[in-house]
Design a protein around this ligand. Structure first.
Ligand SMILES: NC(=O)c1ccc[n+]([C@@H]2O[C@H](COP(=O)([O-])OP(=O)(O)OC[C@H]3O[C@@H](n4cnc5c(N)ncnc54)[C@H](O)[C@@H]3O)[C@@H](O)[C@H]2O)c1
Length: 334
């Protein structure tokens, strides 16, 4: 039987999620919620739902439906309160990244999920593509020996993509919290935990962003080695969304990139100059996230990118933001 969902939050990304949900037979949307009537109307028509399944708040949706789970695709500021309401009603929760604006809020949600014995997963969809899985396995089996230096670059000219006047330009920490969290999560997925981060961020003259849109970070890895990361919302030519990565090890170089936003043609892993054939994933991107979530609910197993595990990616990201604000390196708790 399909997992019954209440889907909440229908900005551009929440509406885009409706295609993914409709394309995933393991789940079925029984209610939608958004305080903005236009967004709610758009969600209703995407799902083809009757008016009585559409609500101005999550609370109203939870009272009126018999959902098993809540999919939260609202903005980051409301992720934690929405997740806490859903968990209080004993619903499983799948929430978009960034999990929450602070570690304390995210920790409270993780504790609530544990107390209610519910599945809590954060949608870090970049993990669900073939290239990072191949890189993770190669690093783990020592294919390039001891990893010494890693270089990761991300560039997208968002100013040009969005044109003038976009609300996105006013987002707090638009690069580090909204985008680099994907890269920091991939860093942990492929290379293991980080122990220290030192970051500088800035907003160049003429940037349409209110807050820093460019950053450079050095991340020390627990396994040894350091990642040199550069991210920019203001530069082209664009990299793939996952960025371009180069790993220098004692036995050679591994280069990779992933997620071009269209299909799997952007997946590429090169080991010592030879392009590798990548593992096939049955479901990629958000289809993979949603199937994994449904499976975790069915089996009771902790999913990949559970809320508990995602605290590490949030801590690294918020550590980078704090490091940039305070002008010092920050040790990360194990
Ligand atoms: N994983 C990815 O690749 C990816 C891509 C884009 C966006 N995102 C994430 O998706 C989330 C949403 O992004 P967006 O660009 O659509 O945001 P947005 O700000 O455009 O839209 C947010 C929506 O949430 C609704 N909302 C606000 N408070 C609410 C509440 N209390 N209850 C229900 N709905 C509420 C708003 O009315 C709005 O419709 C963000 O966390 C963003 O980081 C992820």
């Amino acid at each position: 039987m399909a997992l019954k969902l209440v889907h909440v939050g229908f900005g551009g990304w929440g509406l885009d999620w409706t295609k993914v949900v409709l394309d995933t037979p393991e789940v079925q949307t029984v209610g939608v919620a958004d305080p903005n009537p236009a967004a709610l109307g758009a969600a209703r028509s995407r799902y083809g739902l009757p008016e009585h399944a559409c609500f101005a708040s999550l609370g109203a949706a939870l009272s009126a439906t018999d959902a098993d789970a809540v999919l939260i695709t609202a903005g980051a500021a409301v992720h934690a309160p929405l997740a806490l309401s859903a968990l209080a009603a004993r619903k499983h929760v799948l929430v978009e990244k960034p999990f929450a604006p602070t570690l304390a809020e995210a920790q409270a949600v993780v504790a609530a999920a544990a107390a209610q014995n519910r599945v809590l997963m954060v949608s870090q969809n970049y993990r669900f593509f073939p290239a990072p899985w191949a890189v993770r396995a190669l690093v783990e089996e020592g294919a390039i020996g001891v990893v010494g230096s890693v270089y990761a670059d991300f560039r997208v000219d968002m100013a040009r993509r969005l044109g003038s006047g976009s609300a996105y330009f006013a987002l707090p920490d638009p690069l580090l919290l909204d985008m680099s969290i994907h890269h920091f999560d991939l860093l942990r997925f492929t290379l293991g935990e980080a122990t220290e981060v030192s970051c500088t961020s800035w907003n160049p003259h003429g940037s349409p962003f209110t807050h820093p849109a460019v950053a450079s970070a050095a991340v020390r890895l627990g396994a040894g080695g350091t990642v040199s990361y550069r991210g920019s919302w203001l530069e082209g030519p664009s990299t793939n969304w996952a960025g371009v990565w180069r790993l220098e090890g004692s036995r050679g170089r591994l280069s990779w990139t992933s997620r071009n936003g269209r299909d799997l043609s952007g997946e590429r892993v090169t080991l010592r100059g030879r392009r590798l054939t990548l593992p096939e994933l049955t479901r990629t991107g958000r289809r993979g996230v949603l199937s994994t979530f449904a499976e975790a609910v069915a089996t009771g197993q902790e999913p990949l990118s559970s809320g508990r595990h995602n605290l590490g990616s949030l801590a690294l990201t918020l550590g980078a933001i704090t490091s940039a604000a305070q002008g010092r390196a920050l040790a990360l708790a194990p």
